[in-house]
Ligand binder design. Structure first.
Ligand code: ACO
Length: 406
């Protein structure tokens, strides 16, 4: 099983039946390891592919980098928080030329929550994190990393330290932001696992929180109907490699697709207070801000329906699993038609698909932990359940993770 470098190769056992899968769980902690491996140390790999190669289904440039895994991680607690202001499709029909019927038929969305007044995204994120810690029965002082997955921080330099402050984590854990739009939470989960497996961290808070309502053009009916604000969080804790709850992952980005979905940096008008007649041309720089979200909905729709099933299939294959081994399909909540198309392609029946976007719309990095938290608290998702989670969105970025709850 060892390759030239001495690492174990990414052997993918063919596990088709749940019983077989559960029997082999103990030795397949990372999802990428050989069934012969019984020691605590397991090896895993990840794949990097271009979007075009993905579209063609060409895995020839796939590069696998074996990594040593001596520790596992598990998802222990979840929490979420939403703003109090609810905006219905009918409310939107009062400000743009649209209707409840058009929005619900094309997207499945009926309501969304929007930050208002003195609401703060950071407070929302802290509330979600607090609930996750409570469910996991972990004290804030035992948190040793906070990952805030967001594309809409309230401080350009990052929001995560403000969450650490709000939670009162007295050990001053490293806290930083991850920006990967609607894929942010999946990337955060994988990052947490990497920090735990390789960096000696024990309790990592992964928060997905976004307020895209602040970057929406509320006169553009093509985008403003889609988005809402929210926060969700999960506590990821270290454990023995045999108990590892992250089985495999698959992460990608394609900057070429950015033209289909962006909120770009833009230079404002000249700041007359500073003046422009300095000795150095083009100095001082103009103040800048970000434009509203610009999206080619049809292209993003096609990209999601093509790339997400491929990513999940790739992660499942690395884990030696298929759709029948999965208890829940949990996708980024962007459009019910995308969720249905992916579920159909993976042959996952509707009763095993988690969806709550009717109530919240697309909440970007928050959508997966928000839906997960609702599913856990309602008793749908139980300890030991296998979840295929996938995010996709601006960047373009997309990715999936096969995880076990609890
Ligand atoms: N109400 C009524 N009519 C509308 C609306 C609206 N809100 N929006 C568009 N229309 C009209 C259009 O003008 C067009 O009219 P025309 O035929 O007379 O030109 C018609 O409806 C069809 O418009 P399309 O844009 O072709 O509609 P489509 O079926 O593609 O649905 C949608 C649009 C819902 C945006 C869809 O393309 C979509 O969901 N795309 C994916 C978006 C997404 O998932 N983004 C996720 C990433 S977000 C992130 O990462 C930040």
């Amino acid at each position: 099983m060892a390759n030239a470098s001495g690492f174990l190769g990414p052997s993918v056992p063919s596990l088709r039946r749940r019983a077989q899968f559960q029997r082999s769980m103990a030795i397949h902690g990372s999802g990428f390891c050989s069934p012969e491996l019984s020691a605590k140390r397991v090896f895993c790999s990840s794949a990097i592919q271009g979007a075009d190669k993905q579209a063609l289904g060409d895995s020839s440039i796939e590069s696998r980098a074996p990594r040593l895994v001596s520790k596992g991680c598990k998802l222990l607690g979840s929490g979420s928080a939403i703003p109090s202001l609810q905006v219905s499709n009918d409310d939107l029909a009062k400000i743009v030329d649209t209707s409840d019927e058009w929005i619900s038929v094309r997207t499945g969305i009926r309501n969304r929550r929007v930050l208002s007044g003195k609401d703060s995204l950071t407070n929302l994120a802290a509330e979600a994190a607090r609930k996750a810690l409570e469910m996991a029965q972990v004290d804030a002082d035992d948190v040793d990393m906070v990952l805030m997955c967001t594309s809409t921080p309230e401080d350009l330099f990052g929001s995560a330290p403000q969450i650490q402050k709000a939670l009162g984590c007295k050990k001053y854990p490293l806290s930083y932001d991850i920006t990967a739009a609607c894929s942010g939470f999946v990337l955060g989960l994988v990052s947490a696992a990497c920090h735990i497996r390789g960096g000696g961290f024990n309790n990592v808070l992964v928060i997905g929180a976004d307020s895209l309502s602040r970057y929406v053009d509320w006169t553009d009916r093509g985008t403003c109907i889609l988005f809402g604000d929210a926060a969700g969080a999960v506590l990821v804790q270290s454990c023995d490699a045999e108990e590892d709850g992250l089985f495999a992952f698959d992460l990608h980005s394609d900057g070429d697709g950015q033209r289909h979905l962006k909120a770009s940096f833009t230079e404002n008008d000249i700041d007359h207070a500073v003046g422009t007649s300095g000795a150095i041309s083009d100095f001082p720089p103009r103040r800048s801000s970000y434009s509203c979200i610009q999206m080619n909905g049809k292209e993003v729709f096609r990209f999601a329906c093509r790339s997400v099933p491929q990513s999940i299939e790739s992660a499942l294959q690395k884990a030696g699993l298929d759709g029948s081994n999965i208890d829940w399909l949990l996708l980024h909540q962007a459009n019910q038609r995308i969720i249905d198309a992916v579920a159909t392609r993976l042959e996952v029946p509707p009763e095993r698909v988690i969806s709550n976007l009717a109530n919240y719309g697309n909440t970007s990095a928050a959508s997966i932990p928000l839906a997960l938290d609702e599913a856990v608290r309602s008793g749908k998702v139980k300890a030991g359940h296998m979840i295929a989670a996938a995010g996709f969105g601006a960047g373009l970025t997309w990715g999936s993770a096969i995880v076990r709850w609890g």
